[in-house]
Design a protein around this ligand. Structure first.
Ligand SMILES: [Mn+2]
Length: 430
């Protein structure tokens, strides 16, 4: 029997915090009531918020220089599911896991389904991998995959994506996320037009393999590993490709995959407007695709993204069904702690966005009251919604303070004993 953080442990933790939880919630409720906001409505919406945890995120990540593994890391996909279950049990914000193939490949998919169900988890978008060669692979992705100059390599990449769809069907997924590393490192190395032609032709075959109720998420990324040009480098390339492929193709926004200072919230608004927003890979960054924890560097930018999402939800924007996933690399923290904290920060940005007085904001915008409009946004952002988040967790059976509860349980020490180092499960950055 493996160690688990049981509901009793969580209940004891919450009981110790009960007075403070109720006091803080009451105080914030009165503050919000003065602004004609019903705190119960906000709590209800936060409780309904869910974000998928990436299976590759529960192992320690690394950089191209080194990886410093922690102890008790997951050794296989079943250990990963167990850690994802722990994150969900404590935060109640992460009801799904986003698997990655072939990193999570097993022969018995039923066992995978049952393991997830035992943790009350479902499977979110399936991620394909044509950015590295697998053991025994005779053709190489060194010079690209879906856009490779050699048709045989493109066919291999297409087959892999079609296999991911089949696996995803078995797991109950409804979407395939495709990120390719294809691009070039030297000016002149690649014909920029032909590379896009080949990508579109290959993706059309992947698209043709989608079940009727599935979608394909195209993930753009500015650079890395290709450092001169990347085939799907930005939201414009992604949008054009999605438009050409058809209605089941949409654009996935990984917050770290843009040039510095790009107005991501405006990209989000554009994609919503044209019914092409697939969803997100949430993370944060300082310099590039840093894959830092969501909300850890620029919480205001994260809030502004959610401001667009709440705006779209409120006006019931046509075709607006975004998928929320985390995509981070945890190099110096316990991945379970980082993922819990990130899920909390996403809920925080969402709750803050729910506090925006939409009528007052619209009035200020329509009368060109620039500062008045800004103050409406700022008032929501500067409100400490922590009591709402704590109450949402308590009511859904999670821990009021997930990281405190996790540390007190010594979960990682238990896993260190249960999971003796025997090779390392795949962790990576996509
Ligand atoms: Mn990503």
């Amino acid at each position: 029997m493996t160690y688990r953080i049981t509901p009793d442990i969580v209940a004891d933790h919450n009981a110790r915090h009960a007075t403070a939880t109720a006091d803080d919630y009451g105080a914030l409720g009165r503050t919000l009531a003065r602004r004609h906001i019903d705190i119960e409505t906000i709590v209800g919406k936060v409780m309904a918020f869910g974000v998928a945890v990436p299976s590759w995120g529960v192992g320690t990540g690394g950089t191209r220089f080194a990886r410093f593994p922690g102890t008790g890391e997951p050794r296989n996909v079943f250990d990963k599911i167990e850690d994802c279950g722990t994150i969900y049990a404590l935060t109640r914000a992460t009801p799904a896991i986003s698997p990655h193939f072939p990193w999570d490949k097993v022969s018995d998919l039923r066992a995978l389904r049952e393991a997830a169900a035992a943790e009350n988890l479902t499977f979110d978008a399936v991620n394909s991998n044509t950015f590295q060669d697998q053991a025994g692979q005779t053709l190489s992705y060194k010079f690209g995959s879906l856009s490779h100059t050699d048709k045989a390599v493109r066919s291999l990449a297409i087959e892999h994506n079609l296999e991911c769809i089949q696996t995803g069907k078995e797991l109950g997924s409804k979407a395939l996320t495709v990120w390719i590393a294809d691009g070039s490192n030297f000016a002149g190395q690649s014909n920029l037009t032909k590379a896009m032609d080949r990508y579109l032709e290959a993706m059309a075959q992947v698209y043709a393999g989608l079940p009727a109720d599935w979608q394909v998420f195209l993930e753009h990324k500015l650079y890395e590993p290709a450092f001169y040009s990347t085939v799907i480098s930005d939201w414009g390339s992604s949008f054009a490709a999605a438009l050409e492929l058809g209605p089941k193709a949409k654009c996935l926004v990984d917050l770290g995959h843009h040039a510095p200072n790009v107005n991501i919230e405006q990209i989000v608004a554009r994609l919503i407007r044209f019914k092409k927003l697939a969803g997100f890979h949430f993370n944060d960054s300082k310099y590039g695709d840093d894959d830092l924890d969501a909300g850890s560097v620029e919480p205001f930018r994260l809030f502004l993204v959610f401001n667009e999402l709440v705006d779209a939800a409120n006006r019931k924007a046509d075709g607006f069904t975004p998928a929320y996933m985390i995509d981070q690399s945890h190099n110096v923290t316990d991945p379970v702690e980082s993922l819990m904290q990130s899920a909390i920060e996403l809920q925080r940005a969402y709750a803050q966005a729910l506090l925006v007085d939409r009528a007052a904001l619209t009035a200020a915008q329509d009368s060109n009251d620039a500062l008045g409009a800004h103050l409406e946004i700022k008032q929501a952002f500067t409100t400490d919604v922590s009591p709402v988040l704590a109450m949402a967790r308590q009511r859904s059976g999670g821990a009021v303070s997930p990281i405190e509860c996790y540390r007190a349980s010594c979960y990682r020490s238990h896993k260190t004993k249960e999971r003796p180092a025997s090779g390392v499960a795949s962790a990576g950055i996509v």
